[in-house]
Ligand binder design. Sequence first.
Ligand SMILES: Cc1ncc(COP(=O)(O)O)c(C=O)c1O
Length: 388
Amino acid sequence: MTQMATYDRYPVTLVRGKGVRVQDDAGRWYLDMAGGIAAVPIGHAHPRWVAAVTEQAGTLVHVSNLFRTGPQERLAERLVALAGFGEVFLSNSGAEANEAALKIVRKWGRARGKSRVVTLAGSFHGRTFATLAATGRPEKQAPFLPLVEGFSHVPPGDFQALQQAVDRTVAAVMLEPVLGEGGVIPLHPAYLAEARALCDRHDALLVLDEVQTGVGRTGTWFAFQGTQAVRPDVVTLAKGLGGGLPIGATIASPEAAFGAGEHASTFGGGPVPCAGALAVLDVIEEEGLLDNAMTQGKRLRAELREALPEGTFREVRGRGLLVGIELAGRLRSRDVVLALLERGVLSTEAGPSVVRLSPPLSISEEEVAEAIDALAGAVARVAEEGTG
Ligand SMILES: Cc1ncc(COP(=O)(O)O)c(C=O)c1O
């Protein structure tokens, strides 16, 4: 074995992508309902994105962040305009974007004599030390103890637990508007509003991790602007932003933002990923992909509820094109993902009993119908094998 065994990989080697399809090394094409786990919002090899990235690669790939570049400045302006608040720090991944958010919280809390952060049980915020401590998954933390101190976790959606956890000693509440890795669990808008009110009452920052939900995934640029409307103090992005290239963004209100010398990254906000991100934002805007995410997401959820065999699922849920199918009984998400793969559809697991769909936002009605057919067949087969 030449690589560390970090990933429990599916038995397919992918070589090419075009739109909502990817091809394996034997020449077979698949419908990509995984979308790189919500990281390919405009589809694979969109000509506009390819042109922007190759043009930038042939012009300027890297200079130190001690110098200005046009793509970075333009992207920062766009992100602030889309978020409607704040200042941006650009990095290379979701974990880095959240790590920066947690440093911002530390600094802000330090001035007030506090550092506690409340996050959710079952949440996922990354694999670096601070983001691992924020992540509410003891099994992911266990091998790496001791953790960064000061994090506590409350069950998602439990108002009372949140009210009890947040007091004057808390510097921040950090939430995913839809818990992604935790099983595609959307937080109720009233719960987010309560988190905002508690942060206001106790002089704490509300941090939203939109690494998975941002960049149009839920049908608005940020989930906090849609059905889950709430005003954050800090919001993070990654995944979909680069259209497949590594980039992360931390947007913070000016009162909380980093000052000179307080944070840095060699590659963060490089000209190529920023050019890619600008193309992603342009394509989403010009091709009406926010509306498409909303429409196709609704269709996907509604038609799945009709098409999946009775008794095989507990719930189909999500926002926009972040969709989770919670399987019933002893059905395992990995078995369904593998059965789907055989039927020519990529998907991912969000825990042992939830199949996650996070396709490109450009998916068509016909492609949605194809995915539903494949899912109904795959779930039926896994259910049959389980009882056979
Ligand atoms: C909500 C959320 N935050 C953070 C991360 C970490 O992002 P990355 O893998 O880019 O470090 C993920 C990745 O799945 C995520 O879903």
